[in-house]
Design a protein around this ligand. Structure first.
Ligand code: AVJ
Length: 320
């Protein structure tokens, strides 16, 4: 072995994703270590997230789905037929059929950074909707998008379910919502799912489940870093930590070092004290007025809002 091959072993021979490496090395260099939540979703991470959505404690997915199932007809009546539907971060497209069946769209554009996942779910959806033109777009929806050729941008209907917006700080959420309005064109509509502020007695278990699936999801990030970025993080010396940050109205996930430790990532050395954490995710929650203010600040007008009986989760229709 050449010296460089001993220092930088690469599993599978694939070179590290430079954006991933840059995010991890700069995130680990800050006083409060952090990694952006988007890096959770390798193949295993996507599988674990799907398992999370089925947990008894994780109310958002099933609550949003039941709201959409009950209200799709109302949404369709307000939105009208013939728009292109653009789904941001489509993932497995699990909630999409509820919307597509009701709104009679001109075409469907699922947007996701995971190309493999995107093609799989677009193909599955095509089998359920054989007459619907589907144009998958492999892209990071955080960046301004140009819609594929043949998709009329004007007046498109954006679909952003799952409270994915909650991952973002307010200023980034505003940037994203503004970009979406630009992508969707004049007279656009947006159906967005936003998780509500509620008791930490409900919020914390949703991110710290009894079966430990969310802990595995969080810890899988370290396994991904080790595998893809030539790192040697001692995963067994970290534990899953969840806290409700009331001032910021958000759930935080961290990985806490349970002893003093050190490791390298592509040749760079990092040390952590016992009790020190890597901040891996924020999940911001919004009251009714907070959500309306966020949309208005981003150039959208809230047109209608639907929740479940316990006000756990909101689906909002907005117009640009
Ligand atoms: C996909 C960002 C909406 O914040 O609830 C679930 C991700 N993380 N459990 C959320 C997540 C841990 C999820 N979002």
């Amino acid at each position: 072995l050449r010296e460089i091959d001993r220092i930088l072993p690469r599993s599978g021979g694939a070179p590290p994703d430079p954006a991933f490496l840059a995010d991890v090395q700069s995130g680990f260099s800050a006083r409060q270590k952090s990694v952006p939540a988007r890096w959770f979703y390798d193949h295993r991470g996507s599988q674990l997230f799907e398992a999370i959505t089925r947990l008894p404690e994780y109310y958002p997915t099933r609550t949003e789905r039941s709201i959409l199932a009950a209200r799709a007809g109302e949404i369709a009546a307000l939105v009208g037929p013939g728009r292109a539907v653009v789904e941001f971060g489509s993932g497995s497209s699990a909630k999409t059929p509820l919307l597509l069946r009701a709104v009679a769209p001109a075409c469907y554009v699922p947007v996701d950074i995971s190309g493999a996942f995107l093609r799989e779910s677009a193909a599955a959806l095509g089998r359920s909707f054989p007459d619907l033109p589907i144009h998958p777009l492999e892209a990071d929806f955080l960046e301004p998008l140009s819609l594929p050729d043949g998709v009329a941008g004007a007046g498109a209907l954006g679909f952003f379910p799952g409270s994915t917006i909650g991952n973002m700080e307010a200023r980034d959420a505003v940037d994203l919502l503004r970009n979406m309005a630009a992508t969707l064109g004049a007279d656009a509509r947006l159906v967005i799912g936003i998780d509500r502020i509620k008791s930490p007695d409900i919020l914390v278990p949703a991110y710290d489940d009894a079966q430990g699936v969310t802990a595995q999801f969080n810890l899988n990030l370290l396994a991904r870093i080790n595998r893809e970025l030539a790192a040697d993080i001692p995963i067994a010396d970290f534990r899953h930590l969840v806290r409700w940050n009331d001032d910021a109205a958000r759930i935080e996930m961290h990985l806490e070092a349970t002893r003093d430790l050190a490791f390298t990532v592509s040749g760079r050395r990092f040390a952590m004290r016992a009790g020190e954490t890597i901040h891996t995710e924020n999940s911001h929650k919004y009251g009714r007025r907070d959500a309306a203010l966020l949309l208005r600040a981003s150039g959208w007008t809230p047109l209608a809002e639907w929740t479940d009986a316990d006000d756990l989760f909101a689906v909002i229709l907005a117009g640009a």
